[in-house]
Design a protein around this ligand. Structure first.
Ligand SMILES: CC(C)(COP(=O)(O)OP(=O)(O)OC[C@H]1O[C@@H](n2cnc3c(N)ncnc32)[C@H](O)[C@@H]1OP(=O)(O)O)[C@@H](O)C(=O)NCCC(=O)NCCS
Length: 138
C-alpha cells in the first residue's frame, strides 16, 4: 500500500496557526433563524456534504469553526471576510480551498497552503488550521 503526503517545500515556514470551537446548537439556531445564511456562509459542496448526515449541525459547525480557524491562521480574523472565500472540501482528510479576497490576502502574505483538521463530539466542533509559506524570504 502506498500513501502520499503533501509535499512540504524546502525552507517552508509556518506562517500562522488558528483554532476555533463552535457549538452545533448555535449554528443550528443561526441557520434556522436566517436561512439565507446557508448560502452566505457555505458553498454548494459544503452544504451537500453536511446535508448528507442525519444530524447535519455538527458538520456545519465544524466548517464554521474551520473558517474561523483559517482566518486566525492568516492573521485576519473574521471581520470583513467573506465566509465562502474559505471552503472546506470534504470526504476523508479535509482540504481548504481559498477564493476571492481571502485568496488575494493569502497570496500577498506569501501563504501557499492552508492545512486544517476537524473533530466533533458532544455537540461541539473543533478546528485547527495552519497557514504555510513557501520559503523564508517570501
Ligand atoms: C479520521 C478519524 C481519525 C476520525 O476520528 P473520529 O473520532 O471518528 O471523528 P472526529 O470527530 O475526531 O473527526 C471527524 C473528522 O475527521 C476528518 N477526517 C476524516 N478522515 C480523515 C483522514 N483520513 N485524515 C484526516 N482527517 C480526516 C474529517 O474532517 C471529519 O469531519 P467531517 O466529516 O466533518 O469532515 C477516524 O475516522 C479514522 O481513523 N478513520 C480511518 C480511516 C477510515 O476509517 N476510513 C473509512 C474506511 S471505510
Amino acid at each position: 500500500m502506498s500513501t502520499s503526503f503533501p509535499r512540504i517545500p524546502p525552507g517552508g515556514l509556518l506562517f500562522g496557526l488558528g483554532i476555533d470551537v463552535t457549538e452545533a446548537a448555535r449554528i443550528r439556531r443561526l441557520l434556522e433563524r436566517l436561512p439565507r445564511a446557508y448560502e452566505r456562509l457555505f458553498s454548494e459542496q459544503e452544504r451537500a456534504y453536511c446535508d448528507g448526515f442525519s444530524d447535519p449541525w455538527l458538520r456545519y459547525a465544524a466548517r464554521f469553526a474551520a473558517k474561523e480557524a483559517v482566518g486566525k491562521a492568516l492573521g485576519i480574523g473574521i471581520i470583513g471576510f467573506v465566509w465562502r472565500d474559505i471552503e472546506v472540501l470534504s470526504g476523508g482528510k479535509p482540504l481548504i480551498a481559498l477564493h476571492g479576497g481571502v485568496a488575494d490576502i493569502a497570496r500577498r502574505l506569501g501563504v501557499t497552503r492552508v492545512e486544517v483538521s476537524l473533530s466533533h463530539t458532544g455537540g461541539m466542533a473543533y478546528a485547527v488550521a495552519a497557514a504555510l509559506k513557501e520559503d523564508a524570504d517570501g
